[in-house]
Design a protein. Structure first.
Length: 225
């Protein structure tokens, strides 16, 4: 008996170590792969394992809530940012175009003033060059086209004068009085009576408040012929 007791004590000791190792292995397994823990054998083990389980469940649910919240709110935020960026870009574009327009109008006005000065000095060709530059900068100014048309009339280039007048009436202002009168003048010089009378009638039709001025102008160009 005494000879075998040390072996029995060693066996019991080894068995105890094995049980401890199994308990430790079971605890590690829970942390590694998330498997359900074995049934608690003590009140302390039960409390610890249950708390871990509850924390794990709450963490998982909270993550899902955050993901759902992100999915529902993120597109709205992105849309708001995109809309704001779009409006800012539209505003910048409008400001850029307004500044560009103002700059071109200023340059066109300078050219038109130089053209008017050349016209007063009888330099009609030079005046036309300035009006051309003004048109290059601003293409919707009836004044510039009419001024150039009058230069062409003085140079007896009636075809070009008619083109400028027609552009004003077709593209810019159908009722423009100067365009109708200069057009009438060009046809008068070309001895096209029907077209002349048609233009005079249109001038009166579109400008009933200027009948006295129209009659005076027609009288002047008729006396010049």
């Amino acid at each position: 008996m005494e000879g075998t007791k040390p072996n029995d004590d060693f066996a019991d000791f080894e068995s105890t170590l094995q049980k401890i190792e199994e308990i430790l292995n079971n605890k590690d397994t829970l942390g590694d792969d998330g498997a359900a823990p074995p049934k608690a054998k003590t009140a302390e083990d039960f409390e610890n394992l249950d708390v871990d389980k509850v924390r794990l469940t709450v963490r998982e649910d909270r993550t899902l809530i955050n993901k759902r919240d992100e999915k529902t709110r993120k597109p709205g935020i992105e849309n708001a940012v995109d809309q704001q960026s779009f409006m800012e870009e539209v505003e910048r574009d409008a400001n850029d175009r307004a500044q560009s327009r103002a700059k071109r109008e200023h340059e066109a006005e300078l050219q038109r003033c130089q053209g008017n000065e050349a016209f007063r000095n009888g330099s009609y060709e030079k005046a036309i060059l300035h009006y051309n530059k003004a048109v290059e900068r601003i293409k919707d100014s009836a004044i510039t086209y009419n001024n150039r048309a009058l230069c062409y009339i003085r140079l007896r280039n009636y075809k070009r004068a008619l083109d400028d007048c027609q552009y004003v009436l077709d593209k810019l202002q159908e009722t423009n009085l100067r365009a109708w009168l200069y057009k009438a003048t060009a046809y008068k010089r070309l001895k096209d009576v029907d077209k002349f009378e048609e233009c005079v009638a249109k001038a009166r039709q579109h400008n009933p408040q200027q009948l006295a001025y129209i009659d005076k102008y027609i009288g002047q160009i008729s006396g010049d012929v």
